[in-house]
Design a protein around this ligand. Structure first.
Ligand SMILES: Cc1ncc(C[n+]2csc(CCOP(=O)(O)OP(=O)(O)O)c2C)c(N)n1
Ligand SMILES: [Mg+2]
Length: 332
């Protein structure tokens, strides 16, 4: 048996190099934590009757939006979904304008007309949430064509989930993006469910990333609960897109922390599976990467204060007037 070299044995262990800059990880943590707090507060307000309509929490999936939005930066475009609060927050939305919108107030992003599923923000290059499942995928493809025509190095991220990847527009959009070589990143948030239907019950082949190559788009899988992993893969895809090398399909595997919407107890979700995913909570995973309690707590404190102000702003804001509601266009 070979002897161990004493020199090697006694050598101090090298700390693993952080996979990305700490400043970027803290920015992502701000967004993961802000989304978590925002969603928890929204659920509370919904039950208290202060939010009406549908509300689809992004709890458990926060790392995907945080990682992808950090990777494409301010200049990048996004197109969101019905489960879109995390996408909007990670792309720079102000919590108070979001809270006001979701509460249906005149001061919200869309003047209180849109609510949870229709938040958009021109300032943030956020082309909007969408209540139509899969409806955002062709919009993102069109935005990709727009970028190509303008000749900028921007990219667009299209967020959608496993259910949407069974819609016809998914195949049409990926095909067109491949034909035109468009700078689009198709971010498939595979949370395993479309309402209560598991992907195994609706897909002939559950390798959803594999649908990309069939249409001429490279496809890959990433651990969706790890913001750093999502950031790194999105960064690579964005580089390809900016270099004129075309679209990428990223399947980010994740899991909801509850039912489809705020009033769905999700009793069809196997409890042991839910427990396994909760052990990989995006908040914990990113906290471990950062490994600096003091800095993490400072971020949390700032978000907690912002959340309090957002809540106050939403509660104290006026309802839209009937005249404004039917006539005005709010452009924030
Ligand atoms: C075109 C269309 N069909 C059906 C619905 C009703 N609906 C709302 S959310 C949803 C499930 C979507 O599942 P998935 O795409 O996996 O998104 P997730 O809810 O998991 O984020 C359905 C069927 C809809 N809004 N739009
Ligand atoms: Mg889904």
């Amino acid at each position: 048996m070979a002897k161990k070299s004493p020199a090697k044995k006694d050598a101090p262990k090298k700390a693993a190099a952080p996979p990305v800059d700490q400043a970027i990880m803290l920015q992502m943590y701000r967004n993961v934590y802000a989304t978590r707090q925002f969603e928890l507060k929204c659920a509370e307000l919904y039950r208290a009757g202060l939010i009406r309509g549908y509300l689809h929490p992004y709890l458990g999936e926060e790392a995907i939006a945080a990682g992808a939005c950090a990777a494409v930066g301010e200049a990048g475009y996004i197109v969101s979904t019905h489960r879109g609060h995390g996408h909007c927050i990670s792309k720079g939305a102000e919590l108070k304008l979001m809270m006001a919108e979701i509460m249906g107030k005149a001061t919200g992003y869309c003047g209180g007309r849109g609510g949870s599923m229709h938040i958009s923000s021109k300032k943030d290059n956020n082309l909007g949430a969408n209540g139509i499942v899969g409806g955002g995928i062709p919009i993102a493809t069109g935005a990709g064509l727009g970028i190509k025509i303008k000749g900028t190095s921007q990219v667009v991220v299209s967020f959608f989930s496993d259910g949407a990847s069974n819609n016809g527009v998914f195949a049409e959009s990926l095909n067109l993006a491949a034909v035109f070589n468009l700078p689009v990143i198709f971010m498939l948030e595979n949370n395993h469910y479309a309402v209560s239907t598991r992907i195994e019950c609706s897909a002939g082949d559950c390798n959803l990333a594999g649908r990309g190559p069939a249409l001429g788009v490279p496809g890959l899988c990433v651990e969706g609960n790890d913001a750093v992993a999502v950031y790194l893969e999105t960064k690579k895809a964005a580089r390809r897109a900016s270099n004129g090398e075309g679209p990428t399909l990223i399947e980010a595997k994740t899991y909801r922390h509850g039912g489809h919407h705020v009033n769905d107890p999700g009793l069809y979700m196997p409890q042991d599976e839910l427990k396994e995913w909760k052990a990989k909570d995006p908040v914990i995973v990113l906290r471990n990467h950062i490994n600096n309690d003091k800095k993490v707590e400072a971020v949390e404190k700032a978000v907690d204060q912002e959340m309090e102000a957002a809540l106050e702003f939403g509660k104290s804001s006026p309802n839209p007037s009937v005249e404004d509601f039917v006539s005005g266009i709010t452009d924030r």
